[in-house]
Design a protein around this ligand. Structure first.
Ligand SMILES: Nc1ncnc2c1ncn2[C@@H]1O[C@H](COP(=O)(O)OP(=O)(O)OP(=O)(O)O)[C@@H](O)[C@H]1O
Ligand SMILES: [Mg+2]
Length: 230
């Protein structure tokens, strides 16, 4: 469904991503891991059109989308949950969710409230007053309101306790099953490789490893570099 071939991107003359190829299939959860500064956020930005693609091809459902605007790419079904969540802190949870439904005529909140029942009792609460975990749930729920084909989540676990990360990660398979594939960038490599089916490792702007998440989780190189265990 998402097919990235030999992508190059960066900021001005500084190239950050080199020859990046990756795929995400329908109903799939794919993790993108790698050290700080590897270019993970940059890759999500290039895929969602925030920064230009300097080379290579990005296809969604077989159609090239590189060079298209952020709005157009979002309209075609790609949602980006950015690092730090970017909720409208002064608006209520309901208002944040409804803003996520911009591309739909029916603004039914029910399906996302079924995925995140914690939000049901908080619809009238101002988003900025919720806990970090609740805010991340709200950001993901907002992203789902447009019924995207692909949701890209940057640093799902940022600033959250392991138990909260686990709780949110456990929602991802239901989201994928409901028809939204997920590309998740994650520092919590253990959690990411546990929930994902496949994963890519990005280092210095290059994809250096990829494969089934379970086999990467068992790989000694990954265990040493990202889990600190042999
Ligand atoms: N707006 C920008 N202008 C110039 N360079 C940038 C910009 N944003 C990021 N970079 C550089 O691009 C490289 C990749 O950064 P990026 O944020 O994509 O890494 P990351 O893998 O998401 O790291 P982290 O795990 O810390 O979030 C870094 O060297 C960074 O300094
Ligand atoms: Mg980042």
């Amino acid at each position: 469904m998402l097919d990235v071939e030999n992508l190059a991107a960066g900021y001005g003359r500084v190239q950050v991503l080199w020859d990046v190829s990756l795929q995400v299939q329908r109903h799939e959860i794919v993790a993108l891991i790698g050290p700080n500064g590897a270019g993970k956020t940059t890759l999500l930005r290039a895929l969602s059109g925030i920064i230009p693609v300097a080379g290579g091809t990005v296809r969604l459902h077989g159609k090239p989308i590189n060079g298209r605007s952020v709005e157009d790419i979002a309209y075609r079904g790609v949602t980006h949950v950015p690092e730090g969540r970017r909720l409208f802190a002064g608006l209520t949870v309901r208002e944040n969710l409804l803003l996520g439904a911009w591309r739909r005529r029916d603004k039914n909140l029910e399906p996302v409230l079924e995925l995140f029942p914690n939000l049901r009792g908080r619809l009238n609460q101002v988003a900025g007053s919720m806990s970090g975990g609740e805010q991340q749930m709200c950001a993901i729920a907002r992203g789902l309101m447009s019924q995207p084909a692909l949701m890209m989540i940057d640093e799902l676990s940022l600033g959250l306790a392991p138990k909260v990360v686990e709780e949110i990660m456990q929602r991802l398979p239901d989201i994928a099953a409901s028809g939204t594939a997920i590309l998740v960038v994650e520092q919590d490599v253990d959690a990411a490789l546990t929930v994902a089916e496949r994963a890519y490792v990005l280092e210095n702007g290059h994809i250096t490893m990829d494969g089934q998440a379970a086999s990467l989780l068992a790989d000694p190189k990954i265990r040493m570099a990202y889990l600190g265990v042999a």
